[in-house]
Design a protein around this ligand. Structure first.
Ligand code: COA
Length: 260
């Protein structure tokens, strides 16, 4: 696929996907969503990639939202289709990837931009970041999972306030809400994300995938997270990584996981 709006770097087991439409503050138009789907799918399928980092290009924005110019004249059915297709292609897709996804929020993360960060498995932010779901100021609501994932992270009351006021919170408020895990300077943002990625990479990727499945199950309708945990726990015992991890511990050496 010809990538126009994203850059993809792949080094030492870390794939970095950079949304690259800085003149539009990296707003998510249809093409960008499709390119992101492709990039996430390809990197998730690459056994050499152990962690994916998603960030925005430039110093101003992670992503300033879905591209408003593309949906301003949509009908009811087109609006519903926009949300359902976007969720399937990108937001749910990312949340359910078996490769860990870290969002490095480097500036404005608004609307669909914050929803993309919410879909990642966790978030780190630079101190200039501003986050919000301003959709009701446009006469619409968050449609890429924001009404569900924001309350899961920050609690219902804070999510209600953020969505109703359409306001933005700064990086330190996001930290105190539990919306982001760490805040650092702009220069240190990617190095920090990479440092966390390196720690993750020392562990079994098949066990990490099982953990993601189990954690996500607790937030899915009709699924019992505890049952999923039992199944995934059992599944781990059949993996080469489990044998290697337990043997390495008993032999007092560092495990050399093959991700199998
Ligand atoms: N969709 C489409 N274009 C967008 C966009 C979006 N969500 N966010 C920013 N842009 C475009 C602007 O239209 C502008 O394009 P132009 O130079 O061709 O006019 C460019 O990006 C720069 O944005 P600008 O508004 O000039 O920057 P700013 O620093 O004055 O303001 C924001 C920054 C983030 C406060 C402002 O761009 C904004 O409010 N964006 C929309 C946020 C939003 O409502 N997102 C939710 C969408 S559902």
């Amino acid at each position: 696929m010809n990538l126009e709006n994203i850059l993809l770097e792949n080094e030492n087991g870390i794939a970095t996907i950079i949304i690259d439409r800085p003149s539009k503050l990296n707003a998510l138009n249809k093409k960008t969503i499709s390119e992101l789907h492709h990039a996430f799918k390809e990197t998730d399928n690459d056994p050499k990639v152990k962690v994916i980092i998603i960030t925005g290009s430039g110093e101003k924005a992670f992503v300033a939202g879905a591209d408003i110019s593309e949906f301003a004249d949509f009908s009811v059915s087109e609006g519903a289709q926009l949300a359902s297709e976007g969720q399937a292609m990108l937001f749910d897709f990312v949340a359910n990837l078996s490769t860990p996804v870290i969002a490095a929020v480097n500036g404005f993360a608004l609307g669909g931009g914050l929803e993309l960060a919410l879909a990642a498995h966790f978030r780190v932010a630079s101190d200039n970041a501003k986050m919000g779901l301003p959709e009701v100021s446009l006469g619409v609501i968050p449609g890429y999972g924001g009404t569900q994932r924001l309350p899961q992270l920050v609690g219902k009351g804070r999510a209600m306030e953020m969505i109703m006021t359409a306001g933005m919170i700064d990086a330190n408020t996001a930290l105190s809400y539990g919306l982001v895990n760490h805040v650092t300077t702009q220069e240190e943002l990617l190095p920090l994300a990479e440092k966390i990625a390196s720690k993750i990479m020392r562990n079994s990727s098949v066990a990490i995938a099982a953990a993601i499945t189990s954690i996500n199950a607790g937030f899915k309708d009709g699924e019992n997270g505890f049952d999923t945990e039992v199944t995934q726990f059992g599944h781990c015992f059949g993996t080469a990584d489990f044998k290697e991890g337990t043997q390495a511990f008993l032999q007092k050496r560092r495990a050399d996981f093959q991700g199998e």
